[in-house]
Design a binder for this molecule. Structure first.
Ligand SMILES: Cc1cc2nc3c(=O)[nH]c(=O)nc-3n(C[C@H](O)[C@H](O)[C@H](O)COP(=O)(O)OP(=O)(O)OC[C@H]3O[C@@H](n4cnc5c(N)ncnc54)[C@H](O)[C@@H]3O)c2cc1C
Length: 530
């Protein structure tokens, strides 16, 4: 069962469906998102969408809404001078690391696409339904849910529960799990408005436009054809001693004044559509699990939107958790596999939260100071380079970097398996297209002994394994012979990749290829009794 059917709850339902588990998700709201909210989608999230068959439709819909490959920069005002260029082109210098791209699509457009696919895969989504209480025992969770329209209540029994109930998670509160971090640093607002800002863009392709001037700090995001969008306001007044409670005493006149200040033009007619109030904070839950209940998304970590990481991090929680729940529920893994969720996702989330905070301070709130702030890391490390350490990974080195540049992780256990273009007949596909269902063994061109061992290990353990030897020619070919170097192995080596596309185990060469080696590795990764 999933509580919350927004971006993260919906993604969890979709990913569980992909692994053959029919989940029930309950959502308080009567439908999918009505506000645009999150829009910057990372390559990693697009890779997840590719696995579940929605990448192409997301790309098409994104095209309708945003100009692709926009810049992220800072200006004094839309009409005023440029201050900084953080990312000159969203996809420059990152296209080689993934079969897909970064893009923008608003939650209001994305969620219906995820909903449709989740339902196709068997998820039961109940909107206008809230969870009002929940108890857990040794075998499962019993939740009471209420239909908001009829008032009818019902008890639901589930083996596990995913709390994707957002930043104000009542489930997290009931479990008594504290949030740790920087706390709240602004009561911010998002003003949704209409107004023809196209001429002020002066032909610039801008995806996110930070505004920094003596009166206001925040950012714009504008949709095609640049006659609507939103302005986030984080702080107003003296930059050294700003007013950070922007939310208090708000009126339409004040909102229009903020927009005029941010565009630097008094003439453009502006209509306010809506205002959202939210806390800018940077915190991670002390624990992501209590027994049979798992926290995911904003329930587990809250970060300022600077960097566009919040929703993406939640989708990665869902991606990490779904295959583990599925394998445990199908009896293919020991229940202890679920213990790996917290160490893997909490450290990735903590790193990401700090990076969002660092971007908030450097881009919008220098008054907070750099003490205790982590240096700003490359966005690629945040999106694709976080490293996992848990019992579901068998390391082959003593080093424990928190993150790596994805061009340098090279198949190291605990990192995302790298993208290499392959050929199957006339079709071009990525190594990433081989992952997502079962565990996958990829062997180098001289790794036939590993393939043989993998077939035996699969038969011995009853674990379904997809096994591929990547030769220069053949049914599945690595024409450039790029695979061994990309995965840090010799042509006789092999890697075992988890259903979430993370390398779980690696052998540099064919030297010790044997079925017992692999059976042992699988038994250990899946926390099965030997
Ligand atoms: C201005 C702004 C811009 C942003 N831009 C980006 C971006 O570009 N990229 C990005 O990745 N992130 C972005 N974010 C962050 C992103 O919006 C959030 O991280 C994301 O929406 C979190 O999704 P969630 O599903 O975890 O939580 P939520 O979206 O908060 O959903 C929780 C859901 O749970 C439901 N719920 C709660 N309690 C119950 C209950 N008891 N029973 C039933 N339902 C319940 C709620 O109704 C709600 O729909 C942005 C945030 C803001 C404020």
């Amino acid at each position: 069962m999933i509580v919350g059917g927004s971006l993260v709850g919906m993604s969890t339902a979709l990913l569980l469906g992909h692994h053959g588990i029919r989940a029930l998700a309950v959502e308080h709201h009567r439908g999918t998102a009505i506000h645009p909210r999150a829009a910057q989608i990372s390559q990693r999230t697009m890779e997840v969408f590719r696995t579940v068959g929605v990448e192409q439709i997301v790309r098409r819909e994104s095209d309708k809404q945003f100009v692709q490959d926009g810049a992220i920069n800072a200006v004094e005002s839309l009409a005023g001078k440029e201050i900084a260029a953080y990312i000159p082109n969203l996809n420059d210098g990152v296209r080689d690391v993934s079969p897909t791209i970064r893009l923008f699509i608003t939650q209001s457009l994305l969620e219906p696409l995820l909903k449709q696919r989740a339902q196709e895969l068997g998820a039961e989504l109940r909107f206008g339904t809230e969870m009002i209480s929940c108890e857990q025992d040794a075998d499962g969770v019993t939740a009471t849910i209420r239909d908001r329209d009829s008032g009818r209540t019902e008890a639901v029994r589930a083996r596990y529960l995913v709390a994707a109930d957002g930043a104000r998670s009542t489930l997290r509160e009931r479990l008594g799990i504290p949030m740790l971090g920087h706390g709240t640093f602004s009561n911010s607002i998002t003003i949704y408005f209409r107004g023809d800002l196209g001429p002020l863009l002066r032909g610039r392709n801008l995806s996110v436009i930070y505004i920094t001037n003596p009166e206001l700090r925040g950012f714009f995001r504008l949709e095609k054809p640049f006659d609507r969008g939103f302005l986030v306001v984080n702080a107003v007044g003296d930059p050294a001693h700003p007013v950070t409670d922007v939310s208090a005493g708000l009126s339409d006149e004040k909102c229009i004044a903020y927009i005029r200040c941010a565009i630097g033009d008094d003439q453009v007619p502006i209509t306010i559509e809506n205002v959202m109030h939210w806390n800018a904070r940077a915190d991670v839950a002390e624990h992501l699990r209590a027994g049979r209940i798992f926290l995911a998304g904003d329930a587990a970590h809250v970060m300022p939107p600077n960097g566009g990481f919040g929703g993406n991090t939640g989708v990665q929680d869902a991606h990490n958790l779904a295959w583990k729940l599925a394998m445990v529920l199908k009896g293919q893994a020991g229940a202890e596999l679920l213990a790996s969720y917290e160490p893997e996702r909490r450290s990735a989330a903590a790193f990401t939260v700090e990076q969002a905070y660092s971007r908030y301070v450097t881009r919008s709130a220098p008054y907070l100071g750099t003490e205790g702030m982590q240096p700003v890391e490359n966005d690629l490390n945040i999106e694709l380079g976080y490293c996992y350490y848990s019992d579901a990974i068998i390391p082959d080195s003593d080093e424990r970097p928190a993150h790596l540049n994805p061009r340098e992780s090279r198949g190291r256990p605990g990192t995302r398996a790298p993208h290499v273009w392959l050929r199957r007949g006339s079709e071009q596909l990525s190594t990433l297209d081989l992952f997502g269902g079962n565990f996958t063994m990829l062997a180098g061109p001289e790794g036939s002994s590993w393939c043989e061992a993998a077939r035996e290990a699969a038969a011995q353990t009853g674990i379904e394994l997809d096994i591929h030897r990547l030769e220069t020619q053949g049914a599945l070919a690595d024409p450039e012979r790029a695979f061994p170097a990309a995965y840090g192995i010799t042509p006789g080596g092999a890697v075992l990749v988890r259903p979430d596309g993370f390398v779980a185990w690696r052998a540099q060469s064919a030297e010790r290829a044997s079925a017992p080696q692999l059976s042992g590795a699988l038994t250990s990764i899946l926390c099965r009794k030997a």
